[in-house]
Design a protein around this ligand. Structure first.
Ligand SMILES: Cc1ncc(COP(=O)(O)O)c(C=O)c1O
Length: 386
């Protein structure tokens, strides 16, 4: 029997499916037809002003990825060989790579057991005369304790760079993530809430970084000033690289940013359905669900469960796979990775990070995930725990 006729054949529920905003194809077509597809065109400018006005950011510059934005942040912080930067080990490699590319050393600090974010109570003990900056990562779109982190940074004269790859349109005590540190880095990768396939933005909250950020992003030239008519020719004035995305990508991104609230509401509905359906398993002590403190507004980027141990996690992922559901683990701690060992890290150093990394499963999470799929996923999980 053909699969399409066989009602018993289950469709696979993917882990992620990027949404397509109503005007996305129209805008992309417009960008291509305009004949002006390089960066900083009309769609890029609209994205940047939308980010600036919506989030109250001093300046937002689109980049080719959050990785690029982090690399720019490392340059703007003036990181050099021997400098140290405090960050979680439970993060994506780009957070650490940006620092290492400048010859500086990531100093990995453990995470909080509730939000899984950098534990601000452990930061001061990790500060040395070489510490230059603190790079918190807002995991799953839930804010780090930024008041405490910024206070520590002020006391020790350190820069704060927020890795808000997952934190676009989430807030902390009413202030948008990415606007709380000296610099903020956003991702618009396919897996993020708002996406252009690959993409990012650097949010600049400190006046002194504004001019240099433009230059670094334009291959070390003052081309941006030239385009504004502020200089009569442009030339090489600093180091830099190619961090400007095409206006075709910005066109697709603009369509998504314009409906940011609608996308967030859909993700909220998915998140809340998961929370309702899995509450009894949490009450019975079988799994732990995400914790969002009252002063943090999440963007519902991720839905995860924490199992008892790694064996249970492996078995649950396999069980879900056999039910046609794609669920995945997340970061392998950087301090215990092959490359992380170069910075003196080893398994056993950061107990919460290691335990969370072993036990966390991310469930399918995207704006168009249907109620019937959520029910199927939750029934499979409940069935697993019998
Ligand atoms: C915390 C964090 N930082 C940085 C990145 C890199 O983002 P991009 O793929 O836009 O470079 C990611 C990607 O998933 C991430 O989760």
């Amino acid at each position: 029997m053909a699969a399409a006729e066989d009602q018993t054949v289950m469709d696979t529920i993917p882990f992620n499916r990027p949404c397509v905003a109503d005007r996305e194809i129209e805008y992309v077509t417009q960008a291509i037809r305009s004949g002006r597809t390089c960066g900083d065109g009309p769609f890029s400018k609209q994205c940047q002003s939308l980010l600036e006005s919506r989030f109250g950011a001093r300046k937002a510059l689109l980049t080719t990825s959050c990785t690029s934005a982090l690399e720019m942040a490392a340059l703007l912080c003036g990181l050099e060989a021997g400098d140290e930067v405090i960050m979680p080990s439970y993060t994506f490699v780009s957070t650490a790579n940006a620092v290492v590319l400048r010859g500086a050393r990531p100093v990995f600090v453990d995470i909080r057991p509730d939000t899984l974010n950098l534990d601000e109570r452990l930061i001061e003990a990790a500060i040395t005369p070489r510490t230059k900056a603190i790079w918190p990562v807002h995991y799953a779109g839930v804010a780090c304790e930024m008041d405490e982190i910024n206070a520590i940074a002020r006391r020790h004269n350190l820069r704060v760079v927020e890795d808000a790859a997952q934190g676009v349109n989430a807030s902390y005590k009413g202030q948008w993530l990415g606007t709380l540190g000296d610099l903020g880095c956003y991702s618009f990768h396919e897996t993020k809430n708002f996406s252009s396939g690959e993409g990012g933005a650097l949010v600049i909250n400190t006046e002194e970084f504004e001019k240099r950020a433009e230059v670094l992003r334009e291959k070390g030239t003052n081309r941006s000033q030239f385009l504004r008519g502020q200089v009569d020719k442009y030339s090489w004035v600093d180091v830099g690289s190619s961090y400007v995305p095409s206006d075709i990508l910005a066109a697709g991104l603009l369509a998504q940013l314009q409906v940011m609230d609608a996308i967030t509401l859909k993700r909220r509905a998915v998140f809340q359905s998961y929370m309702r359906a899995l509450a009894s398993l949490q009450d019975a002590g079988r799994v732990r669900l995400p914790i969002v403190p009252d002063h943090c507004q999440t963007n519902f980027h991720m839905f995860y469960v924490l199992t008892a141990d790694i064996d249970e996690r492996t078995a649950l992922i396999q069980h879900l796979k056999s039910a046609g559901i794609v669920a995945t683990f997340h970061y392998v701690p950087l301090h215990a990775s092959a490359f992380g060992a170069r910075f003196g890290g080893k398994r056993g150093d950061l107990p919460i990070t290691e335990s969370v990394s072993d036990r966390l499963i991310r469930l399918p999470m995207f704006a168009d995930l249907t109620e019937s799929h959520i029910n199927r996923i939750c029934e499979a999980i409940t069935g697993f725990y019998g």
